[in-house]
Design a protein around this ligand. Structure first.
Ligand code: SF4
Length: 382
């Protein structure tokens, strides 16, 4: 095995300075200064694998923009540190609870690449080299055990797959033994930013804890590589359903062609495009935010143009939960019809079934009217 194929090597050689990054991409003097300025405020690290995918000469490369600190992060008058009010939804440390039957369990506080658009970029400041203590994780498990209404646990963070296999297995075992936990989900960007982490040994271990789902985050087709394909094939081969949660990012994927290509490629990897998130009004992300109108336009150019299975749900996360932002195809009622518009703009009038008890006249619904012995003349012959 080449050293680059070892996930530990990738983490040990993580890029954390402009000088290290210059082994992969060209940086101007201004960019070097910007990296320094932004990294004083927000955490950063990039795996050598991900850095090698960047266009060395293009400062607007979509991978580079997702991972390299930018002075734009320092100017964001609208951005807030915790747009989802997660602090108010924490019954115990590490557990975020918005819905009655499920929780997010933040078991990781490190990531292979610190995405510049990350929802938790504020909370990860200064955490990058610290493993979470076992006692804190146990408190989260105890909370889940004590709340029988929790059926679904999402392991998130940070990236839970940065735990060593044995520690992760210990956690999965304890959750799996809780009778009311029906489903465990893992949120991990490693298939995209550190695919070497998805080893055959990890997959053999994960397969013991079904039903187990994994959602990842690819945001651009340039992230779909042979390594990512191998990682996804291993996970899918272990029977783990895979989903993708992209974030809509200005200048990176706020383009219908880019999104179509990404969704098609994901399907080829057996990763179902699941969500497309509106970028939150989060500190340091002003330069990534695009309008909801733009997002809906993009969605309208996916629906019908690619397989329905490949079309993600477009939504925004709020302190009250997720809200779908899908484009509207229903124009409204016209008499007894509801008028809808197809993906390519054609109008269709759908006769709308009457409400219970409201039986229309014979000429509108001959079969049902016959049951009423209607005398106005039935065309159906019954
Ligand atoms: S991988 Fe996820 S948790 Fe980690 S920095 Fe990126 S978006 Fe945030």
């Amino acid at each position: 095995m080449k050293k680059q194929d070892d996930w530990h090597w990738q983490l040990e050689n993580s890029i954390r300075t402009a000088e290290q990054l210059e082994e992969y991409i060209e940086l101007s003097g201004t960019e070097r200064e910007q990296i320094l300025a932004a990294s004083r405020r927000f955490t950063w690290a990039i795996t050598p694998y991900y850095a090698a995918l960047m266009d060395p000469d293009d400062p607007l490369c979509p991978l580079r923009r997702q991972a390299v600190p930018d002075a734009e992060e320092l100017y964001d008058p609208l951005g807030v540190p915790d747009p989802l009010d997660e602090g108010k939804h924490q019954p115990v440390e590490l557990i975020i609870r918005v819905y009655p039957d499920r929780v997010a369990f933040c078991v990781g506080n490190r990531c292979p690449v610190y995405c510049r658009h990350c929802l938790r970029k504020e909370t990860m400041v200064g955490q990058e080299d610290v493993e979470l203590p076992e006692a804190k994780i146990q408190k989260g498990i105890d909370y889940i055990r004590e709340h029988e209404e929790i059926r679904d646990v999402l392991l998130t963070g940070g990236d839970p797959l940065l735990m060593e296999d044995d520690r992760l297995e210990g956690l999965l075992q304890r959750l799996h033994r809780i009778p009311h936990v029906e489903v465990i989900r893992i949120g991990s960007r490693t298939p995209c930013t550190l695919p070497q982490r998805i080893t055959p040994e990890l997959c053999t271990m994960l397969a013991k804890y079904h039903p187990l789902y994994l959602n990842t985050q690819f945001n651009h087709p340039a992230e779909i590589t042979a390594e990512a394909e191998t990682a996804c094939a291993r996970l899918a081969g272990a029977g783990i359903p895979l989903g993708n949660q992209s974030v809509l990012l200005k200048g990176i994927n706020d383009d219908a062609q880019v999104m179509r290509e990404l969704c098609r490629e994901l399907m080829r990897l057996r990763v179902r495009p699941y969500y497309l998130y509106q970028c939150q009004v989060l500190s340091g992300t002003r330069h990534f935010r695009t309008t909801i109108e733009r997002g809906r336009e993009i969605m309208a150019k996916l629906q019908g143009y690619i397989s329905g299975l490949a079309v993600p749900k477009y939504l925004i996360d709020t302190p009250y939960g997720k809200v779908p932002l899908s484009p509207n195809y229903v124009e409204g009622r016209r008499g007894d019809d509801v008028v809808v518009r197809s993906w390519d703009g054609k109008e269709w009038k759908e006769p709308n079934p009457p409400e219970e008890g409201e039986i229309p006249h014979v000429t509108d619904a001959p079969h049902r009217s016959c049951l009423q012995n209607c005398e106005s003349g039935c065309a159906c012959g019954d």
